[in-house]
Design a protein around this ligand. Structure first.
Ligand code: ADP
Ligand code: ASP
Ligand code: MG
Length: 401
């Protein structure tokens, strides 16, 4: 076959898929098979297992607020270790491969350390090596700024690397492999009878990911939506995984036409902070957030009495630094032991009857709801960590009844 006409596939393997050498070798087998099927294969890898957390802990043993530049230098080594090991495993199988860092792959980013955005992708070296029939392994989660500094793309950012390369290389498909068989109606590790969705729209997935369903990275899905790229979420170590197709389109027709609401899923973010500020104006509060790298507003209400906000802090390198910046004189409450349990679905937040029924189901559990936020396509209950599983299960039972 003419090498130039081979379709390109991007496969991304997350931390749990490459956690051990045995798992990595199994991935090498699968990648080589895919190339033999006639594809140009680009593999994006994450750091092995919980390596990123381990590296973060090491830096924090030295100081609670490590300098952002050095932290990026440190964290980027996690993915580099995996890329080299996978390339070694592939070459042991007699196939040709080469590993590249984000910078060598031409991933150019802003200079915001720990949560850089991709500005452009210049994958010339990857294209050259694909033409030489090599399998290309790319270290996910990292790039280089225009100042030639190593940057990282925020937690879970290897998905972003994969989708950006899929766009730049006009790949036929972009497959994101993890330890679950696709996208479910709730986290299958929390809600045991969650159902796998065979496909869903990127509009639904964006709403889910922005409320914390990190099975796919929110910005990666947004990018896929904007660039009209189909994404697949699949299970890595499975003989066959039908997975979930995320179509690059808007809310599905059935949801728009139906008189009744069709909730999509129940989701929870990995790390959140709930803040209640008394006598604080919005501008002052936003100023605090602007100086806290990586903290994002998931929900916020500002009124004369003050501000209630739920922040997604998974990307915040230091939550204690964020707490310290919030003026204790005005803080009615700052809690990191809380999470959102969010029901996602088109128009769900505009249907008082559904909100009333969900609220009733949660109160019958005897759970104290710290806050309730509504957005047009999402209803969020803020509860303590201990209550997340019970609330997720009861809301899931309600949306799938
Ligand atoms: P990786 O490390 O491979 O990137 P992630 O941990 O980011 O994998 O994503 C996979 C995890 O996402 C699963 O282990 C699962 O517990 C969790 N998850 C949360 N919500 C969902 C959902 N709605 N569907 C599937 N998985 C989910
Ligand atoms: N290793 C990084 C993280 O743990 C990036 C990724 O896995 O996508 O967040
Ligand atoms: Mg992930």
């Amino acid at each position: 076959m003419d090498e130039h006409s081979r379709p390109i596939v991007i496969q991304k393997y997350g931390g749990s898929s490459v956690a051990t050498i045995e798992k990595l070798e199994a991935i090498a087998d699968r990648v080589v098979r895919r190339q033999k099927d006639g594809y140009g294969v680009v593999v994006v890898v994450s750091a092995m297992g919980n390596k990123t957390d381990e590296l973060l802990r090491l830096a924090r043993q030295i100081t609670p607020e490590p300098p952002a530049r050095e932290l990026d230098m440190l964290l980027s080594t996690g993915e580099r270790t995996t890329m080299a090991l996978l390339s070694i495993a592939i070459q042991k199988r007699g196939a040709q491969s080469i590993s590249f860092t984000g910078s060598q792959s031409g991933i150019i980013t802003t200079d915001s350390h720990s949560h850089a955005r991709i500005i452009s992708v210049r994958p010339y070296r990857i294209q050259d090596e694909l033409e030489r029939n090599k399998i290309v392994i790319v270290a996910g989660f990292q790039g280089t700024s225009y100042k030639n500094e190593i940057t990282t793309l925020g937690r879970g950012g290897s998905d972003m690397t994969a989708i950006a390369l899929a766009g730049a290389l006009s790949a036929e498909s972009c497959e994101i492999y993890s330890d679950v068989d696709g996208v479910y109606t709730a986290d299958p590790k929390v809600v045991l009878d969650a159902q796998k969705l065979d496909e869903l729209s990127s509009a639904e997935m964006i709403e889910m990911a922005q409320h914390g369903a990190k099975v796919l990275h929110d910005e990666a899905v947004l990018y896929a939506h904007r660039h009209q790229i189909a994404l697949y979420a699949k299970k890595s170590h499975a003989e066959k995984s039908s997975g979930t197709l995320i179509r690059p389109d808007g809310w599905p027709d059935y949801a728009l036409k139906a008189a009744q609401i069709h909730p999509t899923a129940i989701v929870t973010a990995k790390k959140t902070m709930f803040v209640r500020m008394n006598d604080t104006n919005t501008a002052d509060f936003l100023d605090i957030l602007e100086h806290c790298d990586g903290a994002r507003v998931m929900d916020m209400v500002a009124s004369n009495g003050g501000i209630d906000a739920l922040l997604d802090i998974w990307n915040c390198p230091d939550e204690d630094a964020l707490k310290a910046r919030i003026d204790p004189a005005h803080a009615g409450c700052i809690r990191c032991d809380v999470r959102n349990v969010t029901a996602v679905g088109l128009d769900i937040g505009r249907c008082t009857d559904i909100i009333r029924k969900m609220n009733q189901a949660v109160s019958e559990l005897g759970v104290g709801v710290i806050a309730l936020f509504t957005q047009p396509n999402a209803v969020t209950f803020v509860v303590t960590l201990d209550d997340v599983a019970a609330v997720s299960n009861v809301l899931h039972a309600f949306i799938t009844q």
